[in-house]
Design a protein around this ligand. Structure first.
Ligand code: GLU
Length: 293
């Protein structure tokens, strides 16, 4: 039986500690936090640190400092994805045992070379060429040999089989706006092709960890940027395959720079810490992202 606490709606903000937070993160965090407070939902923070090579404890601490400075408060303990690799591994094993994943040893170069030979390559929603099916239905002896040689491999979803496994019913999910409205949306995961579910370098992928954690944390409403809208198609498919609930989703506008480019940590965009050092106040940050006038 769910406890009263678990039965309450829950919203999370899930940053990756691989750089300093910028205005785009502030907008996302404030929107998620304010919405949680407005609808009486729990507000959770999750540290999406599966990329152990790029995530650091210093950036994680900076997330806490920046969010507290903005005036946010969240439940503790905070869930850290790097502490739950065995949970993700177990889910991948379950999918693998059902024949829905296959090992892919292809390098980026190999994939690019194969795609270059295709007359009209197809692209995924992020603009990357669709995986051309190398290693799908690969010879089991060859796979065993590559594994014995210790060649690194990712685990990819066999999209056609996965679609079959969830049955013919339309894959839909609920999209909500911030004024009480909602509509059903159709997920089209096939546009991602045979997506990577377990990366070569870490025992999960963003997609797998994301759906498992949203379910384990009882997340009922996901608020995140439109840059992740297309990924929701894959998330809904994984939720159906793993028997997990599908939260309702709201994908918010992105904060852009003067040239219309999405802010990014790697491009060295102005961080919240830098704005703070220049004397900005939390209220000014709210104004800058359009959440106060
Ligand atoms: N960790 C992801 C990011 O920083 C967000 C995940 C999500 O909100 O679903 O882009």
């Amino acid at each position: 039986m769910a406890t009263t606490e678990e039965a309450r709606p829950a919203i999370r903000f899930a940053p990756s500690p691989n750089g300093r937070l910028h205005l785009g993160h502030a907008y996302s965090a404030l929107l998620a936090h304010d919405t949680a407070r407005a609808i009486g939902a729990r507000f959770l923070l999750r540290i999406d640190d599966i990329d152990t090579a790029r995530c650091t404890p210093e950036f994680e601490q900076a997330i806490y400092d920046d969010l507290a400075w903005l005036g946010l408060s969240w439940e503790t303990p905070v869930r850290r994805q790097s502490e739950h690799f065995s949970t993700y591994r177990q889910a991948a094993e379950e999918l693998g045992a059902r024949g829905l994943l296959y090992p892919c040893f292809a390098t980026r170069k190999e994939i690019a070379e194969t795609v270059a030979r295709v007359a009209k390559p197809a692209f995924d929603p992020d603009g990357a060429p669709l995986y051309p099916g190398l290693y799908r239905n690969a010879n089991p002896e060859k796979v065993a040999q590559l594994m014995a040689e210790g060649r690194p491999y990712a685990l990819r979803l066999d999209m056609a089989r996965a679609r079959d496994a969830v049955g013919p019913a339309a894959l839909t999910y609920r999209v909500f706006d911030l004024h009480g409205g909602a509509r059903e949306c159709l997920a089209r995961p096939e546009r991602w092709g045979d997506a990577v579910i377990v990366r070569k370098d870490t025992p999960t992928s963003y997609h797998l960890a994301n759906v498992i954690d949203d379910a384990l944390q009882g997340i009922t409403h996901v608020i995140r940027g439109t840059d992740l809208e297309a990924a929701t198609d894959l998330h809904v498919l994984l939720q159906r395959l793993l028997g997990l609930p599908t939260p309702a989703y709201h994908h918010h506008r992105l904060i852009l720079d003067e040239s219309g480019r999405k802010l990014s940590k790697s491009a060295g965009d102005l961080s919240l810490a830098a704005l703070r050092e220049h004397g900005a106040t939390p209220e000014q940050i709210r104004c800058m992202v359009g959440l106060a006038s």
